[in-house]
Design a protein around this ligand. Structure first.
Ligand SMILES: Nc1ncnc2c1ncn2[C@@H]1O[C@H](COP(=O)(O)OP(=O)(O)OP(=O)(O)O)[C@@H](O)[C@H]1O
Length: 615
């Protein structure tokens, strides 16, 4: 492999680290005092580490060797008697090691604290950012994978930075110091030692990018595993009903094996690199010992100095041996970090425009002007939609499945922005309002309302943050939910199961209506809110909805034409266009799509039955 190719491989990790540092720099800057203090302690620790072998040198050169040579007349050295020198050296060993340990403690603790603080801020920000990313991003992402990025990937970065990167940083510092002193003692021997660096560089650069590649694959596979687990657990009822357990188990096992294979490959590469470095180091030690002994015999170096040299080499050896493993770990953490940065790099495509202002309390006039929209570019789902709605009007959207009804209403909430045309509320383009102030004035009840695994009270109060208990109860009464809530084990304080799984469909809808009602929003969106309910539940939910929507601009999607025949405007939507528009009598007179559908429903469903077939 050519030198250029090797450089290219190393380039993967270093820019990765730089990208991560750059993205995290605002959070790192918040900890600058702590980092600076820990760095000073690190300098002191390094200095003392370099001093460690020197007492031995003095004992060897000035006491032991002369004594060994039968020099009974030991001279004073530096004006000190041999006993004082010996005592000072012994005390020196303890003091150097003691103070060095305190400095090491301060630097390790300080740096670790800074890392933990930075990463916990990063994690909180990633979570915040994720919540603000547009629906289009979330619809394309796997939630399990996103969870892994927020949890396991950040945790990986934390452990590796604290346990690996910081010690590596410290070791690199002392290595530089040791090399400086080695050159000062004997440049020839020091050159032999430095000869190892290009070799080390070649070896590690060759392996590092492969380790990183497998680590990234492994992390991605872990994300896929988490996604499969999340998806399966989230839909466990469907899985059991359809007996999908064995099929999903086999999918999971394949993914699991793939993830393990990648993990093993990156472990194997790390281990191979570590052993190779170990052999390299043994060769260097042998050469230095061989050559160093000659130098001592030629009196160019004292035996004590060779001892210092060898001690440095041994001290350097350990970190260097670990270096390969550490670099492997750092490569893995870099892969994790890049996955986190990937999220932070996503810009929400629906966000507050510059100059957006908080909306005034809406009257509820809504206007679509030649609106075009598609989820994927080049494929229009909505085509040239124009519509005018007066405050307080009830608008029903009916038509075939997949015609674009839900999409049309999601544009009012700015879950997506139109590709062409505009939507106005009270005469002003909704993009000129801040997102929050726009959405706060729209209440939504969907077909399957999602409840959170918190108390009933909190679930309702999520509709208006800071709502009082009185407001919650009032909303629940309006939604015909108060009675059944009071019959729950802890009333309003009953904690619901995941996604409200402990309640019936009708009860969930009524809590969702209470959540919508507490907002007292001037615009209400109902997307098939009674689908899937039995007759009795439907009746109760419908009466709650009637109270919720009274006097408010209301958009309702329904497949049951009888349920919406009293609407002020009925829109027949198909293929992304409004094909017919008017009141029930007008559309019946027209004798078009609506009238045909209405008649079909009347034939299939006996008169008065509020159930309807899907169009
Ligand atoms: N997130 C999405 N990404 C890509 N295409 C989508 C997405 N959501 C909906 N679509 C497509 O857009 C079209 C309109 O869907 P939409 O849900 O608005 O129809 P609908 O009239 O509300 O249908 P239904 O009555 O079944 O709810 C469909 O062809 C659908 O497949």
């Amino acid at each position: 492999m050519g030198q250029r190719a090797k450089e290219k491989e190393l380039k993967g990790v270093i820019p990765g680290i730089l990208r991560i540092l750059d993205k995290f720099s605002p959070y790192i800057r918040q900890q600058k005092l702590l980092i600076a203090g820990s760095f000073l302690a690190l300098l002191l620790e390094t200095g003392l580490r370099l001093l460690e072998p020197w007492p031995l040198k003095y004992v060897f050169d000035y006491i032991l060797i002369p004594a060994h040579n039968n020099n009974t007349n030991l001279t004073h050295t530096y004006g000190l008697s041999p006993v004082v020198l010996l005592t000072l050296s012994a005390v020196g060993i303890v003091v150097i090691s003691g103070v060095g340990s305190i400095a090491a403690y301060i630097s390790t603790y300080g740096m670790s604290l800074a890392v933990v603080r930075v990463l916990s801020t990063v994690r909180a920000n990633v979570f915040h950012h994720l919540q603000h990313l547009s629906l289009s991003f979330h619809q394309k992402s796997k939630s399990g994978d996103l969870i892994t990025r927020v949890t396991a990937d950040i945790e990986k970065m934390r452990t590796v930075t604290v346990k690996t990167a910081l010690p590596l940083f410290t070791n690199t510092f002392s290595l530089v110091g040791m090399l400086g002193i080695m050159f000062w003692l004997n440049w020839e021997l020091a050159l032999v030692v430095t000869a190892i660096f290009p070799l080390l560089f070649l070896l590690t650069s060759q392996m590092i990018s492969r380790i990183r590649k497998f680590a990234k694959k492994h992390r991605d596979s872990e994300g896929v595993l988490a996604a499969t687990t999340g998806e399966t657990m989230g839909a466990i009822k469907v899985v059991q009903v359809l007996s999908l357990q064995e099929m999903l188990h086999s999918v999971f096992s394949t993914q699991n094996q793939k993830s393990l294979d990648e993990a093993i490959e990156s472990l194997r590469l790390s281990a191979a690199l570590e052993r190779a470095v170990q052999i390299l180091m043994a060769i260097i030690i042998a050469v230095v010992l061989w050559r160093g002994s000659h130098v001592v015999l030629h009196k160019e170096l004292t035996p004590g100095e060779l001892l210092v040299f060898m001690t440095y080499l041994r001290n350097a050896f350990e970190p260097m041996r670990k270096l390969s493993n550490q670099i492997g770990q750092i490569a893995k953490a870099t892969a994790s970090g890049e996955r986190v940065v990937e999220i932070l790099d996503y810009e929400p495509n629906v966000q507050d425009l510059p100059g957006a202002k908080p909306a005034h309390p809406f009257f509820g006039a809504v206007r679509f002007e030649n609106v075009f929209f598609g989820y994927d570019t080049g494929k229009d789902i909505l085509k040239n939609i124009s519509l005018t709605v007066q405050p307080g009007q009830q608008i029903a959207l009916v038509g075939a499945s997949g015609g674009g009804k839900s999409t049309l209403l999601s544009l009012i909430l700015r879950l997506y922005d139109p590709e062409a045309g505009r939507i106005l509320i009270d005469g002003q383009d909704i993009r000129e309002y801040t997102l929050n102030s726009l959405r706060q004035q729209i209440s939504v009840v969907l077909q399957e309302s999602v409840l959170f695994a918190v108390s009933v009270r909190e679930n309702i109060a999520y509709g208006k943050l800071g709502a009082t208990d009185k407001e919650v109860e009032k909303a629940a009464r309006l939604a015909n939910a108060h009675e059944f809530i009071m019959n729950l084990p802890q009333g309003y304080d009953t904690i619901l199961g995941d996604r409200g799984g402990t309640l019936s469909g009708g009860q969930r809808q009524r809590i969702a209506i209470a959540r919508a009602a507490i907002r007292q929003a001037p615009i209400v969106i109902l997307d098939e809110p009674t689908t899937g309910l039995d007759k009795k539940s439907e009746y109760i939910v419908n009466s709650a909805l009637a109270k919720l929507t009274e006097g408010r601009t209301t958009f309702i999607i329904s497949h049951n034409l009888k349920a919406v025949e009293n609407a002020d405007i009925i829109l027949y939507v198909e293929g992304g266009s409004i094909l017919e528009q008017g009141t029930h009598p007008e559309l019946m007179r027209l004798g078009g799509y609506y009238a045909t559908l209405y008649q079909i429903q009347g034939i299939v469903e006996p008169e008065g039955d509020i159930y309807a077939v899907e169009a």
